[in-house]
Design a protein around this ligand. Structure first.
Ligand code: HEC
Ligand code: HEC
Ligand code: HEC
Ligand code: HEC
Length: 257
């Protein structure tokens, strides 16, 4: 009982700031990925003005005419896809590299979705297949925000398999990684962290089939982990904050460093 009361008091003290409706708000609305107020977007009353730059309820109908709308393995993907070419993280360029995983030669599925805007080669408003040409002026990430790639040699390696086979002391293994299937990620002590359904590295950070992609570290919908807050998490990173006063929880969740 005593414990419960103390908890209740602590809760009440932080409640005004942390638990107000604004503090708990998470989602695409008002996040950096809310393009519903752009001049080139559909009117706000359109049933799909917030989601449509990335998803559309009936994408196959549009894709035939457009040609450039490649169906990524992303639910109802609606955005034109970049074709690069990209330069991947390459251990030959890093003399101290001890990396054992082998990234694919080009970015894969979920990362291609991000790079379809973030490598700067395709306009943010190139979506919806055939009707894309009507959205002017074309707006690219260079003018609007942060560009990642097409040179990815200085971006954390992506598009490789991180499963239990990569972890260990064998010649093709890295002993300073945690087993992704059995290790729980590090969660901040306080704040507005929202745990997912499965808090192992595999469950919370990896894409399907144990793939490490952009979405291992970021949540495009500003929903999982640390909710969007311009002051504390402007980069939509899945885990921010400290545990016992120590940070880099995201990196230390996978790396035993
Ligand atoms: C800036 C692009 C972008 C916007 C805007 C966006 N999404 Fe997504 N969405 C993605 C990407 C990329 C994925 C696949 C990666 C992932 O699951 O995080 C995805 C996956 C999904 C999924 C399946 C996986 C999951 O996370 O549940 C659903 C459902 C979804 N989006 C719904 C929505 C809805 C509803 C909206 C509008 C409120 C929306 N999205 C807005 C990019 C976007
Ligand atoms: C979802 C798990 C995960 C997260 C989160 C993560 N990493 Fe990694 N990282 C890996 C894996 C797996 C490798 C490949 C290791 C190997 O093959 O030996 C890697 C590779 C690297 C490398 C290249 C090492 C080399 O020898 O070339 C660096 C540097 C690195 N990570 C730093 C970081 C930093 C800094 C962060 C936090 C911003 C971070 N990582 C977050 C899993 C992760
Ligand atoms: C439809 C185009 C589009 C897609 C798809 C997209 N983004 Fe973005 N993203 C943007 C734009 C534009 C901004 C900058 C918004 C602004 O500054 O007003 C942004 C902002 C961000 C930011 C915040 C950067 C900062 O400095 O504040 C991160 C992180 C980010 N995106 C990551 C991702 C990831 C990861 C994915 C894929 C899962 C993704 N984005 C998919 C267009 C996109
Ligand atoms: C291993 C974790 C990790 C991976 C994988 C990762 N990011 Fe990030 N990203 C971060 C962190 C942490 C930050 C904020 C600190 C920084 O800028 O380095 C960041 C920053 C960003 C920003 C803001 C850059 C700026 O100039 O402020 C964007 C946009 C972004 N990432 C997009 C991506 C995209 C797109 C991918 C995939 C190609 C990706 N990230 C892969 C961890 C990651």
């Amino acid at each position: 009982m005593k414990k419960t009361n103390l908890l209740a008091i602590g809760f009440a003290a932080g409640a005004t700031v942390l638990l107000s409706p604004m503090g708990l708000q998470a989602g695409v609305l008002d996040s950096p990925h809310d393009f519903s107020t752009r001049s080139w977007n559909n009117s706000p009353s359109d049933p799909n003005s917030v989601c449509s730059p990335c998803h559309q309820a009936h994408t196959p109908i549009h894709s035939g005419a457009a040609g450039s709308l490649v169906q990524l393995p992303i639910p109802l993907w609606n955005h034109d896809t970049s074709t690069g070419p990209w330069q991947m993280y390459n251990t030959n360029n890093v003399l101290a590299s001890t990396m054992k995983a082998t990234p694919a030669p080009t970015p894969q599925g979920p990362s291609l979705a991000c790079l379809s805007c973030h490598d700067g080669t395709v306009a943010i408003n190139a979506y919806g297949g055939a009707s894309a040409a009507n959205r002017t002026p074309a707006e690219t990430i260079g003018a609007a925000g942060p560009q990642i790639g097409p040179d990815l040699t200085h971006t954390h390696p992506i598009s490789f398999t991180y499963d239990a086979n990569l972890v260990g002391t064998g010649p093709n293994q890295d002993r300073w990684l945690f087993n992704p299937d059995t290790t729980q990620v590090l969660q901040p002590d306080s704040g507005v962290f929202v745990p997912g359904n499965n808090m192992t590295i595999t469950g919370f950070l990896l894409a399907k089939n144990h793939q490490l992609e952009c979405i291992s570290c970021h949540d495009v919908h500003n929903q999982e982990g640390s909710p969007f807050n311009l002051a504390s998490n402007p980069k939509l990173v899945k885990i921010v904050g400290t545990q016992a006063g120590k940070g880099s929880l995201l990196c230390r969740s996978c790396h035993n460093k």
